[in-house]
Ligand binder design. Structure first.
Ligand SMILES: Cc1cc2nc3c(=O)[nH]c(=O)nc-3n(C[C@H](O)[C@H](O)[C@H](O)COP(=O)(O)OP(=O)(O)OC[C@H]3O[C@@H](n4cnc5c(N)ncnc54)[C@H](O)[C@@H]3O)c2cc1C
Length: 646
């Protein structure tokens, strides 16, 4: 059998590439009607019957069409190069740029202070709302499978601020429900495997029992050389104080300034030959490998899914880190991840857009996209609209209005508003808002986002995982470095595939980065590589990898793969400071603190403004940005522009 046939590259699965929101290749009977109904000529594709982005597959995330206009600005084109904009004549109390959780939360908080009649427009460049908090759906046979297209879980809700927790409660989210909805027993009976790939380790081999089987026995089955195995066993089992002579504070200081890779080799004296085993441990949480993550971060953060554990700290007697996470389990997960938070926000903002009232019924409720931008509605959400220019009408110090220009369906349009919250990627703001002071624009440009890919593969069953006794695979040398069965959550009318014979969604992680460079350069290089990678390359790599990892347990890529969605987050996690590469800024010098200052009637939200890639940060920044609007109106911040000029 040819490779093509064996891998199933000729199979018609649910996949599609989109260009400017229009399906250009269609390969399956599983395609939703939305694709056919998506008419380029109409100015409101969202109103076409069957418009339903969550069911779209192929290349999603930052899908084609979302960055066309933004990248033109980046490349030096002026925002109105293509001609004079059409003034829609629409005026609002508030325009929000970005329909992620921060933008939606900003609209929600604004209504709380300005009242239900406040007119709000939310603009977003994607074909769906939610920002990173997107929903993926698949159809396998007669079953709909739901998964998270990005933002995965409510992490450590006990640490949420009063405002962020309050928002969840007002939306109807009771995090205690997850203790029942999340089946913690199912996967505890099975475990994690390490997959050694031929290119990195000399042989394709899957070894179950990672973290459960004693290390000597577990590594005895690996293709690693004897001396490397011994060394890995040593760092995992010896409880040695590798930093004698230093007190706790000095140890923390030292561990904050050394990468985990250097900590292992220089301090724990691990053979450099062993590093490939650990290289991708940090890829998920930190979007770079262990060469660019401070050892102390590995100690503090650990790993949420229990896939890996970081050796070397047990004998250091570091105590409980002050900034250690409280011991809440990683279970606060809706079947579509935090897309449910975004969907509950939309349900609260735009009545009639999503039926139901509870955190249970949101799971299977379908969004009526045609209602999101209705002319009679106080809150309107306009998708497929890239904002290209935001400016005060008149001097920012005294202006009464802001004009917002956006590209939609190839047309440049404008609206006006009394206030504007920029809840979009902060690095884009200097291009949108050239009137900001130079210092602020420079600060915003520093906040390089990290790329990462959440690939979802719908498969006919998970018997191969069951046979191996695993639910997740760590594969440090492979294209995707982590593969997991979907979270075992049943909520409302949605039931998790608890029987291995049932279809399920696999989550696969890829973090494009270039080891050896400073973190932000790794992220830039990764984004460049990601944007140059077509869906077909992903599909082939996914099929090859799943066949190599699971083929011996009966997985057949041609037969068992039903759908692939590559959630390409070229602009993913918010920048977070890294003591290995970033200065030790004073509070007022932090680029995100300078960057988020209000300017005239414009305030700035998004998780970028907190330098923290978490949902609660997105909500907190929305609250602050809206609070600043109120302060500006009250004259407490007379106007940001004047304050900054001074
Ligand atoms: C893959 C992934 C997984 C994550 N998982 C978790 C998790 O499990 N838990 C957690 O707490 N956090 C997680 N995060 C962090 C996540 O970013 C935050 O939780 C939060 O969702 C960010 O929301 P936001 O609104 O600030 O930004 P975004 O979600 O990025 O929303 C901003 C929106 O603005 C739009 N926009 C940008 N420029 C323009 C423009 N010019 N015109 C119009 N629109 C524009 C963007 O396209 C986007 O839709 C994850 C992030 C990623 C990328």
């Amino acid at each position: 059998m040819s490779d093509e046939k064996y891998l199933g590259m000729d199979r018609h699965i649910s996949r599609r590439d989109f260009l400017n929101g229009v399906a250009v290749t269609i390969g399956s009977s599983l395609l939703p009607a939305a694709a056919q109904a998506f008419d380029e000529s109409t100015q409101a594709p969202e109103k076409a019957p069957g418009y339903y982005p969550p069911a779209l597959t192929g290349m999603r995330g930052n899908h084609d069409g979302t960055f066309t206009y933004a990248h033109r600005l980046r490349d030096g084109e002026s925002w109105n190069e293509s001609g004079k904009p059409d003034a829609t004549g629409e005026t609002y109390d508030l325009v929000v740029v970005g329909a992620g959780i921060s933008g939606l939360a900003a609209a929600y908080f604004y209504r709380k202070i300005a009242g239900d009649k406040a007119r709000i427009l939310i603009l977003d460049n994607h074909d769906d709302f939610g920002g990173h908090a997107k929903r993926n759906e698949f159809r396998v046979g007669n079953r709909t499978l739901i998964s998270h297209g990005g933002t995965m879980s409510i992490e450590h809700p006990a640490e949420y601020s009063k405002e962020a927790r309050g928002l969840l409660v007002e939306l109807g989210i009771d995090v205690q429900r997850f203790y029942k909805a999340y089946d913690r027993k199912l996967y505890s009976r099975i475990g994690t495997a390490m997959f050694y790939d031929r290119a990195t380790f000399g042989d394709d081999r899957i070894v179950p029992g990672m973290g459960k089987t004693p290390w000597p026995e577990f590594l005895a089955n690996s293709p690693l050389p004897e001396n490397v195995r011994r060394d890995i066993v040593r760092v995992y089992t010896e409880k040695k104080n590798y930093l004698p002579g230093l007190n706790r504070e000095q140890k923390i200081e030292r561990l904050s300034k050394i990468s985990y890779a250097d900590f292992l080799t220089q301090i724990c004296k691990l053979s450099p030959q062993a590093l490939p085993f650990f290289q991708s441990y940090t890829n998920d949480l930190f979007t770079v490998g262990i060469d660019a993550v401070p050892a102390y971060y590995c100690y503090v953060e650990g790993d949420d899914y229990g896939a890996v554990s970081y050796p070397g700290f047990d004998g250091l007697d570091l105590g409980t880190p002050e900034d250690a996470r409280q011991s809440e389990p990683y279970i606060f997960h809706f079947p579509d991840g935090n897309a449910s938070i975004a969907r509950m926000l939309v349900r609260a903002l735009v009545p009639g857009s999503i039926p139901g009232h509870t955190m249970d019924d949101i799971v299977t409720a379908s969004t009526d996209y045609s209602r999101l931008d209705a002319s009679g509605s106080a809150v309107r959400i306009r998708l497929n609209s890239t904002v290209v220019h935001v400016a005060h009408i008149g001097p920012p110090q005294t202006a009464k209005e802001v004009e917002v220009a956006y590209e939609r369906g190839g047309k440049l349009q404008t609206v006006r508003a009394k206030n504007c919250v920029l809840a979009c990627y902060n690095t884009m703001i200097p291009y949108l808002c050239p009137e900001l002071p130079e210092k602020q624009r420079t600060a915003l440009s520093y906040l390089v986002k990290a790329p990462l890919v959440y690939t979802h593969v719908a498969i006919s069953n998970w018997t191969s995982f069951h046979k191996l006794g695993i639910h997740q695979i760590v594969s440090p040398g492979s294209y995707h470095t982590l593969t997991m069965l979907d979270f075992p959550v049943s909520l409302g009318d949605y039931h998790f595939s608890s029987n291995p014979e049932e279809p399920i969604v696999l989550w696969m992680l890829r973090t494009p980065c270039q080891a050896g460079l400073p973190a932000r350069d790794q992220n830039r290089a990764g984004r460049f590589e990601l944007m140059a990678t077509p869906f077909e390359t992903f599909e082939r790599k996914i099929r090859e990898q799943l066949a190599s990892m699971l083929g011996t347990a009966g997985f057949d890529p041609a037969r068992d793969i039903h759908g692939i969605t590559v959630n390409r987050w070229a602009h993913g996690y918010a920048f977070t400071p890294n003591p290995l590469f970033d200065p030790d800024w004073k509070e007022e010098e932090k680029p995100w603190v300078i960057g988020r200052k209000p300017f005239g009637r414009i305030t700035i939200a998004n998780s970028d403004a907190a330098a923290n890639a978490e949902t609660d940060a997105a909500i907190d920044q929305a609250y602050r940005a809206v609070h600043e609007i109120r302060e500006i109106a009250r004259g407490v911040i007379l106007n940001g522009a004047a304050v900054q000029a001074a």
